[in-house]
Ligand binder design. Structure first.
Ligand code: URA
Length: 196
């Protein structure tokens, strides 16, 4: 992937008026991280702090996500983080199906350009958008789903953990599983490099 392609896509997203969310948002929160990341995290949509700073997961849910990532041995710089919708829904409501559909081509293009091996779906909206429209996050969380060469792992959204501490344990289990699968993939790739 050329970095230019991702930058072109970002420019397209910044100019997008495909739904009405842009009118109420300060800015487009495109996503950030390693453009060659093997691991992508997809949330729901920007909140107040994200809207203000133009970066994903920098508010309270983001702080909790950072702590989980560090505990699981990940550096934020090694992954790519984005959301299903790139503009903040008013009052932090869930994005409407039409808004998700309007933003979907951007998310799909990000996935095509970055080509992650693993995508973690943070919460129901990301899970329904990327895995199955009617999916129940409670039923699906923690289950690896392989599709089109990508392994998807649905888990609860970090904001849900702030509301319900009982969700912390299962999410921690999911991130331990993520760590193991991701590190095994990395080791596999490294050994392929040396065997060539
Ligand atoms: N919640 C999300 O889903 N995404 C963010 O970027 C912040 C909070």
């Amino acid at each position: 992937m050329s970095l230019m392609d991702l930058e072109n896509l970002r420019q397209k997203a910044l100019a997008c008026r495909g739904c009405s969310l842009r009118q109420g948002a300060r800015q487009v929160v495109f996503g950030e991280g390693n453009p060659r990341a093997g691991l992508m995290l997809v949330g729901e949509g920007p909140g107040a702090q994200e809207d203000e700073l133009g970066r994903p997961f920098v508010g309270p849910a983001g702080e909790l996500l950072d702590r989980i990532l560090v505990a699981a041995g990940f550096k934020r710089e090694e992954l790519y983080i984005t959301n299903v919708v790139k503009c903040r829904p008013p009052g932090n409501r869930q994005p409407l199906p039409a808004e998700v559909q309007a933003c979907r081509p951007i998310l799909e293009a990000q996935i095509k350009l970055i080509k992650p091996k693993i995508i973690v779906c943070l919460g129901a909206i990301a899970t329904r958008t990327l895995i199955a429209p009617g999916a129940s996050i409670t039923r699906l969380r923690g289950q690896w789903i392989a599709r089109d060469g990508i392994r998807y792992l649905p888990t609860f959204h970090p904001a849900a953990l702030l509301r319900d501490a009982a969700k912390k344990r299962p999410v921690w289990e999911d991130f331990k599983s993520l760590r193991d699968v991701y590190r095994a993939l990395q080791a596999e790739q490294l050994s392929l490099e040396f065997e060539q």
